[in-house]
Design a protein around this ligand. Sequence first.
Ligand SMILES: Nc1ncnc2c1ncn2[C@@H]1O[C@H](COP(=O)(O)OP(=O)(O)OP(=O)(O)O)[C@@H](O)[C@H]1O
Ligand SMILES: [Mg+2]
Length: 310
Amino acid sequence: MTDHVTTVEGTPDVPAPPGTGVGGGRASAGPTASATPSPAGTSGGPGLVASGLLPMYTRDLSAFFGSHKAIENVTLDFPRNTVTAIIGPSGCGKSTYLRCLNRMHEMVPHARCTGSVYLRDTDIYGKDADPVAVRRAVGMVFQRPNPFPTKSIADNILAGPRFTRAKLDKAQREDLVERTLRGAGLWDEVKNRLQAQAGGLSGGQQQRLCIARALAEEPDVLLMDEPCSALDPQSTMRIEDLIRSIKDRVTIVIVTHNMQQAARVSDFTAFITIANEGEPGRLIETGFTKDVFGNPQQERTEAYVSGRFG
Ligand SMILES: Nc1ncnc2c1ncn2[C@@H]1O[C@H](COP(=O)(O)OP(=O)(O)OP(=O)(O)O)[C@@H](O)[C@H]1O
Ligand SMILES: [Mg+2]
């Protein structure tokens, strides 16, 4: 149940995303301010949305569990075909923020959010928005791989498209399965056992299958919540390779506790933290990953990325 308040009306002004090179490319915010990458309109504002360069952005997004505010006023842009890493200490609200981006947060009893999440030019919390369509357009991959374990590998890929697309004939289904598994770097490993149960794959293979399953829906945005934390280093590298190879098709937001991973795979990094116990998570700094790690503007970011806290 969402008690949602929309704060942006009409056509929103869109601040330049960090990657546009306009407005300095850096965003930082004090503990009470929401971070805004650059003054609204400096890169053409709504033009960025109209041209498809900004598939997703949030404005003043706050999320609650009952009376507890988990995150406060998070304003962030996710430019097309980029990877943004969300980092911050445990409990700061990273997963909660991610779940607000595809309307999964509201599935928790008594959870709600305020502010805006735009998918292209549509507020996903607008009164006409369809949560099911939103979740199709904004895919999600979790910490633990969660394929349908008793379904076949092929049926895992086809599960979504079977519901959402016009009836596919056998050749179309086979083509979709192959293309999707190739795209997820899994085809060669599974092509001879497409009808085997997905639960029989290794953890790393299951996670790539979950990514493939999400990609089969042709999402605009893919959310990944610590997708490698249950995997060994080799499987982790394969997922990171996969992230690099799919970002020309999908905009990626990844939560990770692994600073090296954030540095390796992301274009932009956003640092969220809580100032004191019981307070909500707030966005402290965002910008190019190399700047957030190499030349952070905020002391707390520096302490976190250098491992001195969190
Ligand atoms: N289902 C829930 N019901 C009530 N409170 C919750 C629920 N899920 C999370 N919270 C609270 O919301 C806050 C943010 O939690 P969240 O899981 O988003 O943090 P996180 O940054 O993802 O942490 P981690 O790095 O450990 O995964 C925490 O105070 C947490 O206890
Ligand atoms: Mg989490």
